[in-house]
Design a protein around this ligand. Structure first.
Ligand SMILES: [Zn+2]
Length: 415
């Protein structure tokens, strides 16, 4: 396989003329436009810098946000490869960048499996000395710095991966431990489209949760070390299966489904956290889970909750031995920071239920009722921007604390 064949070239297309109504929408709804634009993909914010001499080859790349990345070396021809998850290369013009020796060529493109690739073709054997993604705490923007230093031909050959001819997505390596890379948080605003969720006083749960998810995404993006992906960023129906697929494709570290349901009993109030279990912890939790699953069936999605789905259950049981303690710690940490912020929690804030949306057993998944629309007090809170800001901050703090705790545990396990 040649170096050029390993990625799909990006064809530069003429920028479409945006319909006027989109421009107006962007003016009246800047937060939405921003969230849509940023998504999980970083863009190039300025000129890349390339410097080379006998001692080193240095490349610096300014990005809108930090992105997960990995580096590897390939031989014949000698190449240093950087894969990103993901980068929109539109702002970079590789043909206009300098090619100081030992840089023979520089190409960018897509690498398959949702990865973006940069290839540095080398005129002499080199190895990565520095790979650093630095985030500006004020703007949230990032700068990738690569430094390659000369090595012997034998050294390069021993470090270079064999060219198997396989696609990149088949030789993906397991990600670095939590805390050593951006934590990928998938936010799942409940309901949407034909499924409005709970409705009270002309408000729909689907709309409230989309707004809240955008606010939470902004809070997380302002912090260091989070990449945020939304399962939906407008008012359309998303099946439970599709929500889980988004989490898988994003290689989520956390899946957080956001709700504010109404319970017919009218007694539920305060933030409540649900984690996956075969047996719901009480009848109300069971009814809630059943209603969400039925809503999905009505919308044409695939229902994963069938009790006769033996394969899914076996897989879940295997995966849960590893995932469940991590999910438990995440749930406890979130309850801690929500409580510390003085926000109301349910009298039994931690519950278990067989929600289909939580059935991505390889990803720590939590369904968070930030309140209940059936409670007048909760409904007033949900409409209050100050209350929502406190809740987004508390959830962000909880995720931050959980990542720090898991990173510490991983470090202890390695020693
Ligand atoms: Zn809901």
């Amino acid at each position: 396989m040649t170096g050029k064949a390993e990625m799909t070239p990006i064809r530069r297309r003429r920028r479409p003329v945006w319909p006027a109504f989109l421009a107006v929408l962007a003016l009246v709804w800047p937060a939405a436009a921003l969230a849509q634009e940023r998504g999980g993909i970083a863009r190039i914010t300025g000129p890349a810098e390339v410097r080379g001499d006998a001692d080193a080859l240095v490349l610096e790349l300014p990005l809108t946000q930090p992105v997960p990345h990995r580096v590897h070396l390939r031989d014949a021809p000698m190449r240093a490869i950087v894969d990103f998850r993901r980068v929109d290369w539109t702002g970079l013009q590789p043909e206009s960048l300098p090619r100081p020796a030992p840089l023979a060529d520089l190409r960018v493109g897509r690498a398959g499996g949702g990865w973006s690739r940069m290839v540095l073709e080398l005129s002499r054997p080199m190895a990565f000395d520095t790979v650093a993604m630095q985030t500006d705490p004020d703007t949230g923007s990032a700068r990738l710095r690569l430094r390659l230093v000369p090595v012997s031909a034998e050294d390069f050959a021993s470090r270079a991966e064999p060219d198997t001819g396989q696609r990149t997505d088949q030789d993906a390596r397991p990600p670095a431990p939590l805390g050593q890379r951006p934590t990928v948080v998938v936010l799942d605003p409940g309901h949407g489209g034909v499924d409005p969720g709970a409705e009270r006083d002309g408000l729909r749960e689907a709309d409230l949760m989309l707004g809240f998810a955008r606010e939470l995404a902004e809070d997380l993006r302002r912090r260091d070390g989070f990449e945020v992906v939304l399962t939906r960023n407008d008012d359309h129906f998303v099946s439970l299966e599709a929500r889980i697929r988004v989490a898988r494709q994003a290689e989520a570290d956390v899946f957080l489904s956001l709700h504010a349901d109404a319970l017919p009993e009218g007694i539920a109030s305060g933030a409540t956290l649900y984690t996956l279990a075969e047996d719901a912890s009480d009848a109300a939790a069971a009814a809630l889970a059943e209603r969400h699953d039925r809503a999905d069936l009505l919308g044409g999605g695939v229902d994963l909750s069938g009790a006769d789905d033996a394969v899914a259950h076996v897989l879940m049981d295997i995966a849960r031995t590893e995932t469940s303690p991590v999910t438990d710690r995440l749930a406890e940490t979130l309850l801690q920071t929500i409580g510390d912020a003085g926000l109301t929690t349910h009298s039994r804030p931690r519950q278990e239920a067989a929600f289909s949306v939580l059935k991505a057993p390889d990803i720590p998944s939590i369904l968070l009722e930030i309140g209940f629309m059936s409670s007048p007090r909760d409904l007033a809170d949900l409409r209050d921007p100050d209350w929502r800001a406190r809740m987004t901050r508390a959830i962000g703090d909880g995720l931050r604390d959980w990542v720090a705790d898991e990173a510490q545990r991983a470090a202890l396990r390695r020693h």
